[in-house]
Design a protein around this ligand. Sequence first.
Ligand code: FES
Length: 158
Amino acid sequence: GPGAVPVRLNVNGRQLDLMLEPRVTLLDALRMRADLTGNKRGCDRGACGACTMLVDGRPVYSCSTLAIAVQGKQIRNVDGLANGDTLHPVQAAFCEKDALMCGFCTPGFIMASVGLLEKHPNATAEQIRKGLDGNICRCGTFPRIFEAVSSVTGGQRA
Ligand code: FES
């Protein structure tokens, strides 16, 4: 569109060259322009966590992050987590512990959990609670999400 500028992103280890208006968010850039739709749009205003991605290992609300602002950084969304048919250990744990109902919040929770566990592989209960406090599950599955993340602590990292 008018005012579009070249934006180069590194997403899931791959370079992505897009023409975007400067106001386009990271969430929209990936969902609408790169077919990376794993992370969902919930509130679209930085309050629910469904859109959580990792930028240089740190969880961010991609709905509230401009794509142009994260050029040169390592961006990861949930689409890049599994290795072919092999789920990331955190994804596997969510399945094993039945840690989802409607599943809308799940990609955001998984990304926040991955970021947390990469930083604190042996995260305590307190660190897990704090690491996930930016994410909301309206179906009430948090206890199972907590259990899933706890089950991965001290385990292997992909
Ligand atoms: Fe980004 Fe809710 S959609 S925080």
